[in-house]
Design a protein around this ligand. Structure first.
Ligand SMILES: N[C@@H](CCC(=O)N[C@@H](CS)C(=O)NCC(=O)O)C(=O)O
Length: 207
């Protein structure tokens, strides 16, 4: 471990939660540096000074800076968690899949739902009813059905593993990555969420 503790550059209400949970489970010392969002909900300049993309999470570990939550999870497990986080052989592919699936496939749809809700609130009042009607139709016909499909897929997988995503006795990278996405899904798309997802999030929060 480097002499200086790991620093988690934590933007409020962000994916950093995945990293904080992982570091707690790994029992690796770390510091949290908090950043407030701008009035436009963006990251402040101070976060752009840490990494050119200015996205959260970012960690610094000695001279190494790592961005992108999936990359951070894999880096931390590779460097500090080989003994603690073991993926069962039978769940190896599920672990790879569910490590990449939340950012690659689910988060973009959840973000689209949020944006399509925010856009009508930010147009001139005169055209707001029209814009709201258009975006609400898109939500009903495209976004929500897509989220329901993801919900069904995740429910079906969790019904098989009855626990963590890779089917083992402890969380693996897939669970750290899925945790934040499923919390957001419960919040933004409760219509798409079933009992297995709720139980998974409860299990995560209990730890
Ligand atoms: N795929 C990236 C997404 C990072 C991301 O978009 N983070 C959001 C917070 S959850 C952010 O920094 N938003 C502020 C901004 O874009 O200015 C990851 O998993 O780390």
């Amino acid at each position: 471990m480097s002499a200086k503790p790991i620093v988690v550059h934590h933007l409020e209400n962000s994916r950093s939660q995945r990293i904080l949970w992982l570091l707690e489970e790994l029992e690796v010392p770390y510091e949290v540096k908090k950043y407030k969002r701008t009035p436009q909900r963006r990251a402040p300049q101070e976060l752009l000074d840490v990494h050119l993309l200015g996205k959260s999470p970012v960690i610094t570990d000695g001279d190494v800076t790592v961005a992108e939550s999936g990359a951070i999870v894999e880096y931390l497990i590779h460097k500090y968690g080989k003994d603690k986080i073991q993926v069962p052989e039978a769940g190896w592919l599920d672990n790879v899949y569910f490590t990449h699936y939340p950012e690659g496939s689910v988060q973009p749809v959840l973000i689209r739902r949020l944006l399509f809700k925010l856009i009508p609130e930010n147009v001139p009042a005169l055209i707001r009813p029209l814009i709201r009607a258009v975006f609400s139709k898109v939500d009903e016909k495209v976004t929500l059905p897509e989220l329901k499909l993801h919900g069904k897929f995740i429910e079906t997988h969790l019904a098989k593993t009855k626990g963590w995503f890779a089917g083992g006795p402890n969380p693996t990278s897939a669970d750290y990555m899925m945790s934040f996405t499923l919390e957001i899904m419960i919040d933004r798309a409760p219509e798409a969420v079933g009992e297995n997802i709720k139980e998974f999030v409860k299990r995560v929060q209990e730890r």
